[in-house]
Design a protein around this ligand. Structure first.
Ligand SMILES: *Cc1c(COP(=O)(O)O)cnc(C)c1O
Length: 317
C-alpha cells in the first residue's frame, strides 16, 4: 500500500551500463519512489505539492493500462481526493483479471469510467470531458492526458537540476540526455531547462506515440520557441503505440541480459532502438550519453501477458 508522506522524490542514482559494446550513463528515475516512480512522479510533482483541500475531485483520462492512471490514483489517495479516470474502454481480459496500472487504480479507490466513442457522440475524450462532465463537477480539477501541461515544468526542472549537479561532480561540460517520448512533455521541459541554464546539453528523444510530426506539434503546444525543442531521432518503422512488437521484446530482453536492469515495454524499447542506431554513427571521443529510465514497470504486468498470448513460443516467461 501507499507509503506515508513526506516522500523523498529526488536524487535518484546514476549508474554506468554497457549496451552492445557502447557505454552509457543510466539515470535510475525508476527508483524515485515505490508508488510514485519516474516520469509521472516528476510531471505530477507540482500537483503533489499543491493544496487540494478545496478540490472536490480529480478528473483524468487515458488508457486503462496507462502509467499515469497508477500515478494519479496513488496521488489522489495520498491527497484524499477522489479520482475519476475516463477511458475509451476496459479490455475484457483486464476487467476479469485486474493487473498492473489498472489494478493499482482500483486498489487505490479510483473510479475507472468507460465512455466509448459512440457514447461521446464521436467527441474526442478531452472535449467530451470539458463540455459534458466538467460543467456538472464544480471544484473538480481536470488533468490533461499524460500530465502534459505547463505545471509539469516544476518537477521536470528539478530532474534537470539533478542532472546538472551530477554532471558538474563528474566534470562533464557536455552531455546528451536521451529518453523516449509520449506527449514529449518531459523531453521538452528538460531541453528548455538546459537552454535557460545556458548549458550545451542536448536532449535526444523519439516519437513512441504517433509520428514525428505529432511530437513536433506537442513540443510547439508547450513552447513556441524552437530552441527548446529536443532532437527527434528517426524511427524508420511505424509502430502502433501499445501493441506488442517482437523486436521490442527482443531489445527489452537484451537490455535485461546485458545490464541487469528491467526496463518498461511501451517506451524504452523504441528509445533504445533509436539511440543504438544513433551511437552507431558516432566516432571515438563522442559526447557522453545519459539515458533516463522513466519507470513505468507496473505496466509490464499487463504487457508481458500480452506478449505471451501473442507469441506463446517466444520464450517469454
Ligand atoms: C509517460 C511515460 C513516458 C512519456 O513521457 P512524456 O512526457 O509524455 O513524453 C515515457 N516513459 C514512461 C515510462 C512513461 O510512463
Amino acid at each position: 500500500m501507499v507509503q506515508p508522506m513526506p516522500m523523498k522524490l529526488a536524487n535518484t542514482p546514476v549508474e554506468q551500463i554497457t549496451v552492445n559494446g557502447h557505454g552509457f550513463y543510466l539515470k535510475r528515475d525508476d527508483l524515485l519512489h515505490r508508488d510514485f516512480s519516474g516520469n509521472k512522479a516528476r510531471k505530477f510533482y507540482a500537483l503533489l505539492q499543491r493544496d487540494l483541500s478545496a478540490t472536490s475531485k480529480l478528473i483524468g483520462y487515458g488508457s486503462a493500462q496507462a502509467n499515469s492512471l497508477h500515478s494519479l490514483a496513488v496521488l489522489a489517495r495520498l491527497k484524499s481526493v477522489p479520482l475519476d479516470f475516463y477511458v475509451d474502454h476496459i479490455p475484457s481480459f483486464l476487467r476479469q483479471n485486474p493487473a498492473g496500472n489498472y489494478r493499482s487504480a482500483l486498489d487505490n479507490g479510483t473510479q475507472v469510467i468507460a465512455v466509448d466513442k459512440a457514447a461521446r457522440q464521436q467527441l474526442p475524450m478531452a472535449d467530451y470531458l470539458r463540455t459534458r462532465v466538467l460543467p456538472d463537477a464544480p471544484e473538480a480539477l481536470f488533468i490533461p492526458e499524460g500530465g502534459s501541461d505547463q505545471a509539469a515544468g516544476t518537477g521536470i526542472g528539478l530532474l534537470a537540476e539533478e542532472i546538472i549537479g551530477w554532471a558538474g561532480e563528474l566534470g562533464l561540460t557536455d552531455l546528451k540526455v536521451a529518453l523516449p517520448s509520449g506527449t514529449g512533455t518531459t523531453a521538452l521541459f528538460l531541453q528548455k531547462h538546459f537552454c535557460q541554464r545556458a548549458l550545451p546539453f542536448e536532449v535526444l528523444t523519439c516519437a513512441c506515440v504517433g509520428d514525428e510530426a505529432y511530437l513536433r506539434l506537442q513540443f510547439t503546444a508547450l513552447s513556441a520557441d524552437q530552441a527548446f525543442h529536443p532532437r527527434i531521432l528517426p524511427t524508420h518503422k511505424k509502430y502502433h503505440f501499445g501493441r506488442p512488437v517482437r523486436a521490442f521484446y527482443h531489445v527489452w530482453q537484451q537490455l535485461q541480459q546485458q545490464t541487469g536492469v528491467t526496463f518498461e515495454l511501451l517506451y524504452d524499447p523504441l528509445g533504445w532502438i533509436t539511440l543504438l542506431d544513433y551511437v552507431q554513427g558516432l566516432g571515438a571521443g563522442a559526447v557522453p550519453i545519459l539515458y533516463i529510465h522513466q519507470g513505468g514497470l507496473l505496466g509490464n504486468e499487463t504487457m508481458l501477458p500480452r506478449y505471451r498470448r501473442k507469441w506463446p513460443d517466444c520464450g517469454i516467461n
